[in-house]
Design a binder for this molecule. Structure first.
Ligand SMILES: Cc1cc2nc3c(=O)[nH]c(=O)nc-3n(C[C@H](O)[C@H](O)[C@H](O)COP(=O)(O)OP(=O)(O)OC[C@H]3O[C@@H](n4cnc5c(N)ncnc54)[C@H](O)[C@@H]3O)c2cc1C
Length: 488
């Protein structure tokens, strides 16, 4: 019997665990470690942050599906990975710390999947975050609930006739998740519009993107109503329609209560005042350390890169090449650690080879490059492909370096992104699909992507689709009847 240990039970880790157990059945063990005993459907935190949903609608206890499928769950933090074991064992293990008791435990594995997602690195920007200056977040259901409480206070003030400044966007020059910041901006603007308070609100979007619609993927040309349009035009027209002012090419470096300090790409310094602000922080690895057999920390980059993300089969040397020489082939196809081939990383936990957007800095050298987004759909697709590859190895006794069944490269599959702009039966959402996720100008010299499969359109159908996605993905994550038939 083999034991596969999955660290993290978010979109990618939960997908790995459900699919692996489904494929391996009772003959092998799947064990999941997570400090959060709930699964959360992160994308719907947008609606928690605008009061359309409460936290209980976007989360559920992991124990339910895990009991149903026979997955072992440890409510704990993974602290260290010992890929060669220690002086007591040659077998790789993870050292965990139980959340309630603080007790430590060694969890041995045959195969390990790291799916820890990001550490919300508020500390990378001076003063950023709910615990410091008071800028808010929607990255977790608790943050989003708090953010909604703060938004209601602002709405009350507007109703009293006091004009309010709302600033939403990216709180660091290297932050990712532009799609979430954009979606939250448009949802807030729509809510205020529906309340008839637009005249009382000065809504601003501040971002490290070079232009609106960059979205951390260098923007995209999409088919739109029979024409080819750039995402810049589509997003700018949405901002205009919703009365949002946009401030691009800005590296936010400091926040104080009521004040956001930023440097523009040309070196101009600015201060943006706010009454309400939601800024997405930079992401980093969650801080798990690799430890060698002698008990020393592995610091040579063979297990984790300096940003704490896990080393996989990316071509990391490509980062040194000029931007125009970056290729889809730089991206990992196996999501497998090259030194310890029984270790994999999926979702935000793997270290990408480089950004997707062109790297830039401000005139004074501050970062101005969105980190590459590994959004929900790619995270789930990577998780599913990795589960199938691991199951194939285990069930067919294949060596770990054999040819894999599935190519898990983001350069080989499409991504669909739906940006809602409201809630309820009537609404609007921008639906965008890009193929491939990572542009490839060698294969698609005109647009970098296959224009037949790369499209974007705002409309009511997308809005319903987004709504449906919430219920379909919650159903699937709960491992309810027919879950495995619902696409990632
Ligand atoms: C507000 C918001 C809206 C979004 N909307 C969309 C959208 O509409 N569409 C889309 O495609 N994407 C969207 N995204 C992005 C998407 O949510 C992420 O890309 C996705 O959640 C990444 O999955 P993951 O598994 O890598 O990480 P996560 O989902 O963050 O999961 C990480 C898991 O690891 C666990 N963990 C952390 N530390 C440890 C540790 N030390 N030991 C063990 N476990 C640990 C966590 O508890 C969690 O269970 C949105 C993101 C945000 C913040």
């Amino acid at each position: 019997m083999s034991r596969v240990v999955v660290i993290g039970a978010g979109i990618s880790g939960h997908t790995v665990a459900l699919n692996l157990k489904h494929l391996l059945k009772k003959n092998h063990e799947v064990l999941v470690i997570s400090p959060n005993e709930y699964y959360q459907w992160v994308p719907s935190n947008i609606w928690v942050g605008t009061g359309h949903m409460v936290a209980d609608q976007v989360k559920f206890p992991l124990s339910k599906p895990y009991k149903k499928l026979g997955i072992v769950f440890k409510h704990a933090f993974a602290r260290t990975i010992h890929p060669d074991g220690d002086n007591a064992t040659d077998k790789g293990f993870v050292s965990i710390e139980h959340v309630e008791s603080g007790e430590k435990e060694k969890i041995e594995y045959d195969i390990l999947v790291n799916a820890t997602g990001p550490k919300l690195n508020f500390d990378a920007t001076e003063g950023l975050g709910p615990d410091k200056s008071g800028t808010l977040s929607i990255c977790h259901y608790e943050h989003a609930t708090h953010t909604w409480n703060e938004l209601q206070k602002i709405i009350r003030k507007m109703k009293e006739g006091k004009k309010q400044k709302l600033v939403i966007g990216l709180g660091h020059g290297g932050a990712t998740c532009q799609g979430a910041a954009l979606e939250y901006t448009l949802n807030v603007a729509n809510l205020i519009k529906k309340m008839g308070l637009s005249d009382m609100a000065d809504i601003r979007y501040i971002s490290n993107e070079y232009m609106a619609g960059d979205l951390g993927m260098g923007g995209a040309y999409v088919r739109n109503n029979g024409y080819v349009a750039h995402t810049k035009n589509i997003i700018e027209s949405l901002f205009t329609e919703f009365g949002v002012k946009w401030y691009m090419k800005n590296s936010v470096y400091k926040v104080e209560p009521g004040k956001i300090y930023y440097e523009h790409i040309d070196g101009t310094e600015g201060i943006m005042e706010y009454d309400f602000s939601m800024l997405i922080p930079a992401f980093a690895g969650v801080g798990i350390k690799g430890i060698d057999k002698e008990g020393n920390e592995i610091t040579d980059g063979s297990l984790f890169k300096p940003n704490g993300l896990m080393t996989v089969d990316s071509d990391y040397s490509s980062a040194k090449k000029p931007y125009h020489e970056w290729r889809g082939d730089d991206w990992p196809t196996r999501l497998q650690n090259p030194t310890w081939k029984n270790i994999f990383a999926v979702g935000i936990a793997f270290a990408p080879p480089h950004s997707i957007s062109r790297p830039r800095t401000t005139a004074s050298g501050r970062p101005l490059t969105p980190a590459p987004p590994r959004t929900g759909m790619p995270s789930a697709v990577m998780g599913h492909a990795t589960a199938e590859n691991i199951a194939d190895i285990i069930l067919n006794n294949k060596p770990l370096d054999s040819k894999f069944k599935h190519n898990a490269s983001m350069a080989k599959f499409a991504s669909i992104c739906v940006v809602s702009m409201g809630y309820g039966i009537r609404g609007l959402a921008g639906t965008m699909s890009v193929y491939p996720t990572i542009p490839d100008y060698t294969k698609y010299p005109d647009f970098g992507r296959d224009i037949n499969y790369t499209m974007g359109e705002p409309g009511l159908a997308g809005h319903w689709f987004k709504w449906l996605m919430h219920y379909a993905f919650m159903w699937k994550a709960k491992a309810n009847f027919g879950w495995s038939l619902i696409p990632d």
